[in-house]
Design a protein around this ligand. Structure first.
Ligand code: ADP
Ligand code: MG
Length: 728
């Protein structure tokens, strides 16, 4: 009888790939489905446009009359684009996006039908929020939550729905989503960075954080995937032997993109382009079937929305190509997992990248200011920043010698290290004229040349300076970038605020010149944050010891890392910068812990199902065949005869041994799970799951994989690695 796997294998062959989309100029269709500046100019009155612009540029509130006008215009545009419905598009704490569609269609009391959409519907909605995780936020006060329009991220038409990006907050004003804290953090960094940027250019009125993410993912044939309950339900393979050939030859990275993947990418890019997502780069990644997609960087809030939208589009387009996208950080054991590097910088309203050196010493002092303040911020809040990449799925990747280690550090490269060392030697207080010239010409002045040559790349660093931006590398491929962006920008905002204070004191009270004051403060920062700078091999054992000496945090489990979200320093940072109240942070902590527990709980259940319903039955079927064979041989030749093979007997016993171990460990794991389920406290439960349940997974996997090797290929019900990872 044919099993799911053999049927899927038959199905996955012989399919002709869908042809690559027609070529054409993408710039012509870019943003066609977005209610962007060009469309607003066309559809809005001058007054309405002005008020939307003021909301975007200066956080000004849009009054109800204007909102009505904007809604009317948005509706007219959306209907012209074929939209029949609208939705507030938001980011609950599940990490994904949520939407609830309403038709424009409405009835008047006299029964006349019309298309209706007013300012009220645009600005605020009240979705039934009771089923989203809130970490207890809603239970404490009011069960209701509402979504509110975020005019800084433009509305777009996706399919036949007008999507309006929104924040999601409770009636008492607490953020129930990932976007609201992000917007607050971006506001905080804008304020603090603008003040500091004005030391160098009085015309700066706004500073935006920029984000360029790099999305890694796997593509797997859908029919084959359907034979794997583990991939379907947990996003990763819980069992499975690594293929004889994986990534060891290094022949996939930057190799020719498989035809089916290319067809998928072509369709995907077309859709992204229309939706205004500036996708640019695509290539094969290290592991077979693994790819990366990167856009041109954008303002951070928009970039976060675009990444979430992209992940959604990827699932839809993949489906059309009979493929499945895996965003899990470690879908396959033995080959690389996936991450999502977050490239980050700060940019003024004049278009100046504050982490990019310029042509004058002053511009370079500006660069050094933002560069060193960022390093200082990371030094102060390394444990908090480290906690943002912790999750049940990313736990398989972080610290596993393919992704950043679990210890946080900053890589700046040999040349910039030298610059920092020289600056550290600057004398205190007033600088002599010679010292000033030396500094400006020889240290600060030479930075652009230095950076042109900044080619050394340390892939083991979790936070690397790469020429004109910092790159955060620990973020999981599945993650919502809102979280790392919220934390990083809040930290940097706080640091810049402190910096401004210190420099002003030196200028006003100690009579130092502005540049002298800046040099003085930076010199102290360089001294203070030395321990976070590390350019060596982050995977080495020496680094672990060294990091311990430097008192850097080194969480060894997700619950332990998550604790750093709610340290005293973290709570007061978020509160001081008006990003999250203690209640809001504690709620997120609880959501993350519960998520960790539930993921392990689901994996435990799937292990049970795999072992009892798939693996043991296949092993027994094959064992029976061997027994039949042995019985036959014995009958024909007699038990004493040479041809009565010992080979079969050992195999029968080996299979029996693995079956016994599987059953024993699955039963023990289930008992441990039941015990853990009785724990009420979120933190204790997560720790218990990690310590008492998770260790069984590896043991179960070991015996299951041994059986995969022993059992007849035709009887094995689960698609194997070599089949799953052979996309043509
Ligand atoms: P890689 O790191 O793969 O070698 P690049 O250094 O060219 O590639 O850029 C990686 C990502 O960095 C891209 O997604 C790009 O958009 C982003 N990036 C470049 N400059 C900035 C910036 N100033 N701010 C944020 N992201 C940026
Ligand atoms: Mg990169």
């Amino acid at each position: 009888m044919e099993n799911n796997r053999t049927a899927a294998l038959r199905d996955s062959q012989g399919r002709t790939p869908i042809s690559v989309v027609e070529s054409g100029r993408r710039s012509e269709v870019f943003g066609r489905h977005v209610f962007n500046d060009r469309m607003m100019l066309q559809y809005l009155t001058a007054d309405a446009l002005k008020s939307v612009r003021a909301a975007i540029d200066a956080n000004k509130k849009i009054d109800r009359k204007m909102a009505d006008q904007v809604a009317e215009a948005m509706k007219a545009w959306a209907i012209s684009m074929g939209a029949t419905h609208y939705t507030h598009w938001f980011q609950p704490l599940t990490g994904a996006t949520a939407e609830k569609h309403d038709a424009f269609f409405d009835l008047l009391p006299d029964g006349t039908a019309l298309e209706k959409f007013g300012g009220g519907q645009l600005v605020q909605q009240e979705p039934d929020a009771s089923s989203f995780p809130s970490g207890g936020l809603r239970n404490t006060f009011e069960a209701r939550g509402y979504t509110a329009w975020d005019p800084t991220s433009p509305a777009f038409v996706y399919g036949t729905t007008l999507c309006i990006p929104t924040v999601f907050v409770s009636y008492t004003g607490e953020a129930l989503d990932n976007k609201a804290p992000l917007l607050r953090a971006l506001h905080a960094v804008d304020r603090a960075a603008t003040e500091v940027a004005r030391y160098f250019d009085k015309n700066v009125n706004k500073v935006q954080a920029t984000l360029g993410w790099e999305q890694e993912y796997f593509l797997v044939d859908k029919a084959l995937l359907n034979s794997r309950p583990d991939l379907l339900l947990t996003g990763r393979t819980l069992v499975g032997r690594t293929a004889a050939k994986g990534q060891q030859l290094g022949d996939h990275y930057f190799g020719v993109i498989p035809e089916r993947a290319l067809a998928f990418m072509g369709d995907l890019e077309k859709e992204c382009t229309q939706l205004g997502i500036p996708v640019k780069t695509r290539h094969n990644e290290v592991a077979p079937n693994q790819f990366e997609l990167a856009p041109v960087f954008e303002e951070a809030n928009l970039a976060v929305d675009h990444n979430l939208l992209l992940m959604d589009i990827m699932h839809k387009i993949a489906n059309k190509h009979h493929l499945k996208v895996l965003f899990h950080e470690k879908p396959f054991a033995g080959i690389n997992g996936s991450g999502k590097h977050n490239n980050w910088s700060l940019c003024t309203d004049g278009g100046v990248n504050l982490l990019s050196p310029g042509s004058t010493p002053m511009k370079n002092l500006q660069f050094l200011t933002f560069f060193i303040n960022t390093i200082k911020a990371v030094n102060t809040y390394e444990a908090l920043l480290n906690s943002v990449s912790a999750s049940a799925s990313n736990e398989h990747r972080i610290g596993a010698n393919e992704a950043p280690p679990a210890i946080f550090s900053v890589f700046v490269g040999a040349q910039l290290n030298q610059v920092l060392d020289e600056l550290e030697g600057v004398s205190k207080g007033k600088l002599s004229p010679q010292e000033k010239t030396q500094l400006k010409l020889n240290v600060v002045g030479k930075i652009p040349e230095i950076l042109l040559d900044n080619t050394d790349r340390n892939r083991t660093s979790p936070f690397a300076f790469t020429g004109n931006k910092f790159e955060m590398r620990g973020i999981g491929s599945k993650a919502n970038c809102a979280k790392p962006m919220t934390v990083l920008n809040t930290m940097v905002a706080k640091q810049l605020k402190e910096f401004k204070k210190e420099v002003d004191v030196l200028i006003n009270k100690k009579n130092l010149k502005k540049d002298e004051a800046i040099f003085n403060v930076l010199r102290e920062y360089i001294k203070d944050s030395k321990r976070i700078r590390f350019d060596g091999d982050g995977y080495s054992a020496e680094w672990k010891n060294e990091a311990k000496k430097r008192k850097l945090s080194h969480p060894t489990s997700t619950p332990e890392a998550l604790r750093n979200m709610v340290s005293k320093e973290a709570l007061s940072l978020f509160a001081e910068m008006d990003v999250m109240s203690e209640t809001e942070v504690m709620a997120r902590y609880k959501v993350e812990l519960d998520d960790y527990t539930m993921r392990l709980q689901i994996e435990g259940r799937v292990y049970s199902e795999l072992v009892y319903a798939h693996i043991i039955p296949a092993a027994i079927a094959y064992q029976n065949r061997l027994l039949e064979n042995v019985g036959g041989l014995k009958e024909v030749y007699g038990a004493a005869h040479k041809s009565f093979s010992e080979g079969q007997l050992t195999m029968i016993e080996d299979i029996a041994g693995h079956i016994t171990e599987l059953k024993k460990n699955v039963d023990a794991m289930n008992d441990a799970r039941k015990k853990c389920n009785g724990i009420a406290d979120s933190k204790k439960k997560a720790v218990a799951y990690g310590e008492d349940v998770k260790p069984y997974f590896e043991v179960i996997r070991l015996h299951a994989d041994k059986l995969e090797k022993l059992v007849d290929d035709r009887l094995w019900p689960l698609a194997k690695y070599r089949e799953l990872l052979l996309l043509k």
